[in-house]
Ligand binder design. Sequence first.
Ligand code: GLN
Length: 202
Amino acid sequence: MSTPTIGVLALQGDVREHLVALAAADALARPVRRPEELAEVDALVMPGGESTTISKLAVLFGLMDPLRERVRAGMPVYGTCAGMIMLADKILDGRDDQETVGGIDMTVRRNAFGRQNESFETAIPFEGMAEPVTGVFIRAPWVESVGAGVEVLAEVPAADGPDARIVAVRQGNLLATSFHPELTGDHRVHEYFVRMVEAAAR
Ligand code: GLN
């Protein structure tokens, strides 16, 4: 296929870093703020930032329903941190009026790591990658539970119990990480997503 065009939802958050990472992963990357711009991209990244703000602005800009329609129609989407929250079918510790796009059959807890650690960095084994990725966590959510159709790609050991915490998942064409690969200069997760986008187009 020709080079895929991947939008970055540019309502709030670390949009520029994703545009740079996607370009480095050989995609055509462009910001998406309006429904007409969403209609022109093959796939979308939802960045980190503040999910309550992104949710509010998505409703205000008339993007929430078009986003849900594209997700239902199979558009590949990658969400990091706040973007992961936006892809969750269910959230915990959200604001009462907070809406998500949904699409991944998972329950995500907002600011979950924040209670222990506001921000931290750790090496994480990632399914299918030879070397671990550096996970940068900033007031990050974790995935509290997943449905049967969700593949767990990465976990970190839990500080407060025997269980590991899920921090990366995939369901069909949807990918989500609690952490921010766009901040590390390591583009392997974005490359993984670009390969998903290419596969979806075939
Ligand atoms: N805590 C933020 C939220 O709930 C997410 C933080 C981030 O994206 N770095 O949206």
